[in-house]
Write a protein that binds this ligand. Sequence first.
Ligand code: NI
Length: 193
Amino acid sequence: MEFLKILEYPDPKLRIKATPLKMEEIADNIGLIKNLAYTMYKADGIGLAAAQTGINKRIIVLDVSRKSNKDKLFSLNESDILTANKDLIIAVNPEIIFKEGKTSYEEGCLSIPEFNAEIERFWEIKVKALDILGNEFIVEAKDLLSVAFQHEIDHLDGILFIDKVSQLKRSLYNASLKKKKSASREKEKSYTS
Ligand code: NI
């Protein structure tokens, strides 16, 4: 398995709308799905979308269980990473078919380092998706799981949670990125001189 490089905002590749998989294509993507799960666990995330790694396929992985159990250990073995982690959800072509209520969480994103913001989302959703065998399933997700699903499905549509914050908050973050970038450019210069 491989730790996939996670694209970071404002990489334009994060804005590409991902393409659905045909049922018969899923089997050929098991390696990718393992890499996504591996990368999510290694990076300490509760969700990851293929789109965040520059792969424009509608695949997401989620596991929100560590949020309530900080010491929880996960299997990172290639042979059972997809089966031994009981709270791991793999959703191919996920689609929200029901939404209700409101909730908000302080969200973060592996693609937007050092940025958090409270985002309003639906409290309860139902998601229709395909599993790794190509079977359709429906998940009822509430609260944190619902929020995580909405965040990851947004990634597949090129939407980032920073799009949903106030313009002021976004400009401040953009300014801090620019500063960081020019600081690292200065550093590069000093190495070559
Ligand atoms: Ni994210």
